[in-house]
Design a protein. Structure first.
Length: 303
């Protein structure tokens, strides 16, 4: 038990040293699948959110903080070219980061305001419209504990095939959780990506893990993004994932389309861009996702 107590004392001590204030109380709260979250109150009266990653790869906390800063407009070490862009969608603001913990602003959640769905759609459209130079990201990161290779490239079909789909297809095959027929079909789709990914579009800053659990309602009743797995990619990736795992109101997509219309054929490409998150879930949680993945492969091939 001594080691447990020392570890607990260590992160609290590190945060106090970093922020310059004593922690008066910390309360464990729900949320997150691979981290442990706390509501922390400081002696100066400030309340903060703390997340610990004690059993994940070193650097995951810093990666999350850098991702939040990048989404917020380029205050990370690798800003967007237009780092002065007006922020229109709230991003949870980091306060500090250590080797296995991070500190964010505390956001008191309220009921969604009447314009919530439209605000999310418009804000996401504005985020996706910010200029980035190439697909990928200067640093690799993680999606739900799985490594993401963000090696940059000028071609989207190459990036999506070689940095996203193929590594997870091979991983699932190595773990014997992906039936051979689906693996063969996926490999064929990867080869056909130049003809399937849609019109050429500039890279867009992506949240990268945009399911309903990673959008919270802030104290004003407006949307706020948390827990990103960022990179620059095709904007339809974020939108396709938004239709998985809980989904969002159709009004959000309508507001997005009005602000930043999608290219022709976008609806037929939704299952194509759902392949990546489904492969992530297959690799994390096993064969229960095979049928959903197979349906997405079938829909993509039929498009």
């Amino acid at each position: 038990m001594t080691g447990v107590h020392e570890a607990a004392a260590s992160w609290r001590h590190e945060i106090q040293e970093e922020l310059g204030f004593t922690i008066l109380s910390d309360e464990r709260i729900s949320g997150g699948e691979i981290g442990t979250s706390y509501r922390v109150c400081l002696e100066n009266g400030l309340t903060l959110f703390v997340k610990r990653y004690p059993h994940t790869p070193r650097g995951m906390a810093k990666s999350e903080v850098d991702g939040l800063r990048w989404l917020a407009g380029g205050s990370s070490p690798h800003p967007w070219p237009d780092s002065s862009a007006q922020q229109t969608l709230r991003i949870a603001a980091p306060r500090a980061v250590g080797h296995d913990w991070l500190v964010l602003e505390w956001i008191e959640s309220a009921s969604p305001c009447p314009d919530y769905a439209h605000a999310l759609g418009r804000g996401l459209a504005a985020l996706h419209a910010q200029p980035v130079e190439t697909f990928g990201h200067p640093e690799d990161n993680w999606l739900a504990g799985l490594p993401q290779d963000n090696t940059q490239t000028d071609g989207w079909s190459e990036f999506y095939g070689e940095r996203r789909l193929r590594p997870l297809v091979r991983r699932a095959c190595d773990e014997s959780i992906l039936p051979r027929g689906i693996a063969v079909a996926l490999e064929q789709l990867i080869e056909e990506l130049p003809m399937r990914v849609g019109d050429d579009e500039p890279p867009a800053p992506l949240h990268g893990d945009l399911w309903s659990g990673n959008v919270m309602t802030d104290d004003r009743g407006l949307p706020c993004l948390i827990d990103p797995a960022v990179y620059a990619g095709h904007r339809e990736v974020d939108l396709a994932m938004m239709r998985l795992f809980g989904g969002f109101p159709e009004a959000t997509f309508d507001a997005y389309h009005e602000a930043y219309p999608l290219s022709d054929g976008w609806a037929a490409r939704v299952p194509l861009y759902q392949l990546y998150p489904l492969l992530v879930h297959l690799n994390l949680f096993g064969p229960s996702y095979v049928s959903q993945l197979e349906a997405a492969v079938r829909s993509t091939r039929a498009a």
